[in-house]
Design a protein around this ligand. Structure first.
Ligand SMILES: [Zn+2]
Length: 326
């Protein structure tokens, strides 16, 4: 847990350099998709600031008195501000505590860190209270906002924070992380990464919820349609009983992109080997056309269409695409 994630390294070095030069901002806004490790990064940064003897690359030592308090989750100078249990929003009271600035400091470097996660869950009153603090920063206090959806944050807040964007990992790094941190075997890591939209820390949840098995059953149906073993009408009916239309569109788009990529670069590795047998007869031009149709359906929001009819139409076209018929 204490190691840096490889895809955090560049951003980490950047912020540590700012720290060495005493240029740390009063407020950071860490963004990046769900599953890239924003909370982990923020916590490691907080520990790094509170530790008495950080290691050479800035990570906390793990042994000093501050680190011991941190490990016991009882360091008075690190506060996590999250929605209360059972509530979707962060209330004003939580932010008021921050504004009051009454936390007792025991750290030698006298830093205090507040992590607000996720920042977009602050209600209007909470956001306004925070804004006051951002306008009149408290010396020695770092406020770290985490958000996968900064479009949902008031611009007044965004503009007063230094933005740190966590990049998505290189595929190799991401797969290596999934392989060594989840029970997924080598074969499944690539698939999980695909399902997780490239964000490896989502993989454990996907495994636990059985999402991978469910996805693979849907993919089997998709292949069966292409092979003429089942009908688009039948599959549509079954799929819609158990799945959100939007999720089905996302899956189908990722499968189509995978076959298109394989058709163009045959030696490329694929996360969906099940589709391989279809490549020979597949018509590339028609595949692109179907992908367009999928995106169009997504934009029109399937909920405004008749989902059964829209899905049947897509799957019927898929059976033609997979067999090279226009
Ligand atoms: Zn330490």
């Amino acid at each position: 847990m204490n190691d840096l994630l490889p895809w955090h390294l560049k951003t980490w070095n950047h912020i540590q350099e700012a720290r060495r030069q005493n240029r740390l901002p009063h407020a950071l806004l860490i963004t990046g998709a769900l599953g890239l490790g924003k909370a982990r990064f923020a916590r490691q940064l907080a520990e790094s600031l509170l530790c008495e003897q950080p290691q050479e690359h800035g990570l906390a030592c793990g042994h000093c008195r501050q680190c011991q308090l941190l490990h016991a989750q009882s360091h008075p100078d690190l506060r996590m501000i999250v929605p209360e249990e059972g509530k979707a929003q962060i209330g004003i009271d939580a932010v008021r505590a921050l504004v009051a600035g009454n936390t007792l400091s025991v750290g030698r470097n006298a830093y205090r860190v507040f992590i607000i996660d996720p920042a977009e869950s602050m209600g209007r009153a909470a956001a306004n209270a925070l804004l006051k603090t951002l306008e009149e920063p408290i010396e020695g206090t770092l406020i770290v906002l985490l958000s996968a959806r900064i479009d949902r944050l008031p611009i007044t807040i965004r503009s007063r924070c230094q933005l740190l964007k966590l990049a998505a990992p290189a595929e190799d790094d991401a797969i290596a992380w999934i392989e060594s941190n989840t029970p997924a075997g080598a074969g499944k890591a690539a698939q999980l990464l695909q399902l997780a939209n490239g964000a490896p820390l989502r993989a454990p949840d996907l495994i636990e919820s059985g999402a991978l098995e469910k996805h693979n059953r849907l993919l089997d149906d998709f292949v069966a349609i292409a092979m003429g073993k089942t009908s688009a009408v039948q599959v549509s009916e079954v799929w819609l009983k158990e799945n959100q239309p939007a999720q089905l569109l996302v899956y189908m788009a990722s499968w189509l992109m995978a076959v298109i990529r394989q058709k163009m670069i045959p030696q490329a590795e694929t996360a969906f080997p099940g589709l391989q047998s279809l490549l020979e007869r597949l018509d590339l031009r028609l595949a692109y056309r179907l992908l367009d149709k999928l995106y169009e359906t997504e934009r029109a929001s399937m909920n405004n269409l008749n989902p059964q009819l829209a899905l049947e139409s897509i799957l019927l076209e898929w059976s033609r695409v997979a067999n090279g018929e226009s």
